[in-house]
Design a protein. Structure first.
Length: 119
C-alpha cells in the first residue's frame, strides 16, 4: 500500500492506495499521525482536520479498521475531526457491518467530505 497526502486550507487529505491490512496498517496509522503533527507544528492557523479519501483502496481488513479507529480516537483527544470519503461499495459494506459508519462520518465524494469539515 502507498499513500499520498496534501493540505488544503486546514484539511490534511490522505489518499491510501491498494490494500490496508495487517501488513501495513500500523505504518499507515503512524504515517497519518506523523503527517498531522508535522502540519500542525508548521501551521499558524491551528489544528488540521483529517480526510481519508478511500477511492483508491481495494481492500480493508480488521487491522485496517483498527488503524482508522486509532486515528479517529487520537484526533478526538486533540479536538479535531476525521472523515472518510469515496468508499467502494464493498468497503462501505465492511464499514456498515462493523458499525464504523456510526463512529466515523463517511461521505460519497471528496467535495461532500470537504463541505462537512468546513461547516
Amino acid at each position: 500500500m502507498s499513500s499520498q497526502a496534501r493540505i488544503d486550507g486546514d484539511v490534511l487529505t490522505v489518499t491510501p492506495e491498494g490494500r490496508l491490512d495487517g501488513t501495513n496498517s500500523r505504518d499507515f496509522e503512524d504515517s497519518v499521525l506523523r503527517q498531522l503533527r508535522t502540519a500542525d507544528q508548521a501551521s499558524q492557523e491551528g489544528q488540521y482536520k483529517v480526510l481519508i479519501d478511500m477511492g483508491k483502496l481495494d481492500y480493508v481488513s480488521s487491522a485496517g479498521l483498527r488503524a482508522i479507529l486509532l486515528i479517529a480516537k487520537t484526533l478526538k483527544t486533540q479536538r479535531s475531526n476525521l472523515v472518510l470519503c469515496s468508499l467502494s461499495p464493498r468497503i462501505r459494506e465492511v464499514f456498515k457491518i462493523s458499525g464504523f459508519d456510526r463512529i466515523v462520518p463517511i461521505h460519497d465524494s471528496l467535495q461532500d467530505a470537504h463541505a462537512h469539515l468546513s461547516g
